[in-house]
Unconditional design. Structure first.
Lengths: 270, 280
């Protein structure tokens, strides 16, 4: 039983990782063969870094992810506080449900609905508006629900008497928010920000419909490169992205492990 | 003082409500508008009647069937894995969860591309097969490859929610069942499975929705001219030759309604209100 379960886990992880590992190994191949490894070389990496379109797509993606993550975190946090304080249950549930639509809807429907909106606005003012700004709006829209989703539990966990106590002690509501509530919900805001950033970096489907010809993000670039053909510099890109994610996750894991250790030590001391 | 307070607090949600109306409600209203109008913007059902006559219904059924298969396979593969992971020590669990999350953080385009690289006719896997004497198996460009692509891409979305629910099950409940005479299998089927239902439900939605609406996986791994409903929508909106926003909107509307019905049915089975968002 024990061996069986280990074998099963190993098999599934082998399934999950073998395509990526093979791709990474072949990114060091000196020829562009997909079957035979003919020798080690960094040729495809060099080619990738000399590819201006790839580099500018990467920069575009980073700019878009940064700006949309920051704006959606601010909007989403304020919205979460507002929704949390709503008195009427009915209004609250309507707002929450509408907010969750982009999360529930298939990406392709969100994508085409925004594309139609932008196309309509474009016809009204007489020229196409698809580009950075439309992408930014789309990304903020699909990020907000995730920010709210990560801030809301922290708001619910917080003792409502804390800000009240602060106000009894002479804080204005605004001061009470920044001095008390903000610190309580900060972990939620931070994880919302991170999530918004990664979602925005990763999104292809919605961007594909909302991007014009002027602004290409990395996923859109990958799409145009890999459609029904194999280009070894994409293998190199894949390897770089995989290693980056691996390092980031390891750092995060390490940080949370230390945090857990600290917390349990603190608890033990009390 | 109190009254001022609530007014200010109500205003807090105002920017978000305005944003939602502008960029969530309005675009969907436009989709509905396009779906129910013809090319001269007068009201008609012609898009829907066309849908029923030009083979789109078959594509719909095919997409639903493919997504259903992929979701079932994911569930069958992921459930034991999530269960086994939850039975390891805490430290191993963290590592294994990270391992199942890692491919998910890679863009799905790259994952699909990696898979197509592996399955290619002249690719690595066929080369190995040929060296052991199995020649000329075409792995890519088959319907099976499309289902495999969906499973490969969305498997982590099934593992994570199920694992997070199973790992939170109170150990005392399991012990109680054992004390009352349940064997291993009965514990799994009578206690753990019913308690992990919310995780199963959110896993199913997280796999089914992207599978049914995908368009890259079918283009990359499927046979030539193989189309799923996502490809049809993409063609209507993106190709300059066959573009028709009205037909595309009608199909999208049907897809959206179908998915919302599926989700409502699914959520009916789990009374837990927290679905989705188990990614971090």
């Amino acid at each position: 039983m024990k061996i069986g379960s280990k074998l099963y886990m190993a098999l599934v992880f082998l399934l999950l990782y073998s395509p990526i590992v093979v791709l990474i190994v072949f990114s060091f191949n000196s020829s562009n063969s997909m079957a035979v490894f003919e020798g080690f070389s960094l040729k495809w990496y060099k080619e990738l870094f000399n590819n201006d379109a790839a580099i500018s797509a990467l920069l575009n993606s980073l700019i878009l992810a940064f700006s949309s993550a920051i704006i959606s975190t601010i909007l989403g946090t304020v919205a979460a506080v507002g929704i949390h304080k709503m008195r009427s249950k009915y209004v609250k549930s309507v707002v929450t449900n509408v907010t969750n639509i982009p999360m529930m809807n298939p990406d392709i429907v969100t994508g085409i609905s925004m594309m139609l909106l932008f196309a309509l606005c474009g016809t009204l003012i007489g020229f196409g508006i698809l580009g950075f700004w439309t992408l930014l709006i789309a990304h903020i829209t699909f990020n907000i629900p995730y920010v709210i989703l990560s801030v809301m539990p922290k708001l619910k966990q917080m003792d409502p008497r804390l800000p009240e106590a602060a106000m009894d002690l002479g804080c204005t509501p605004l001061q009470a928010f920044f001095k008390v509530e903000f610190h309580e919900i900060l972990p939620g805001i931070f994880s919302g920000l991170l999530m918004a950033f990664t979602l925005s970096l990763d999104d292809f489907v919605i961007s594909y419909f909302c991007a014009g010809n002027t602004f290409q993000t990395l996923p859109i670039f990958i799409y145009s490169q890999t459609k029904k053909r194999v280009t070894p510099d994409m293998n190199a890109l894949c390897a770089i992205i995989f290693i980056t994610i691996l390092v980031l996750l390891l750092v995060r894991n390490f940080a949370t492990d230390r945090q857990l250790g600290k917390n349990s030590r603190r608890k033990a001391r009390n | 003082m109190k009254k001022n307070n609530t007014l200010a607090q109500r205003l807090l949600a105002a920017p978000h409500i305005l944003w939602s109306v502008l960029f969530i409600v309005a675009p969907l209203a436009i989709v509905v508008f396009y779906a129910f109008t013809d090319s001269s913007f007068s009201f008609s059902f012609s898009n829907f009647s066309k849908l029923f006559n030009d083979g789109t219904v078959e594509v719909f059924t095919l997409s639903l069937a493919f997504a259903f298969c992929a979701t079932c396979i994911c569930l069958v593969v992921a459930y034991p894995l999530a269960y086994f992971i939850s039975r390891t020590s805490r430290k191993t669990q963290n590592t294994l969860v990270m391992l199942s999350m890692l491919p998910m953080w890679m863009n799905f385009l790259l994952r699909t591309y990696a898979l197509s690289f592996l399955l290619e006719d002249t690719g690595f896997l066929n080369n190995i097969l040929a060296s052991v004497g199995i020649d000329g198996v075409s792995l890519i460009n088959t319907p099976g490859a499309v289902i495999f692509g969906m499973v490969y891409n969305f498997l982590p979305y099934m593992i994570l929610p199920i694992h997070s629910v199973i790992s939170k099950i109170d150990k005392n409940v399991i012990e109680a069942a054992e004390d009352l005479g349940c064997n291993r299998l009965r514990v799994i089927f009578r206690v753990i499975m019913p308690l992990s239902l919310p995780g199963i439900v959110s896993g199913i939605t997280m796999v089914f929705v992207p599978s049914v609406s995908t368009f890259y996986i079918s283009q990359q791994l499927g046979p030539t001219d193989f189309v799923l409903i996502g490809d049809v929508i993409e063609t209507y909106f993106k190709s300059s030759a066959a573009s028709s926003y009205h037909l595309g909107s009608a199909i999208s509307l049907v897809l959206m309604v179908l998915i919302f019905i599926c989700m409502a049915v699914m959520n009916h089975f789990s009374d837990d209100e927290s679905t989705g968002g188990i990614i971090v």
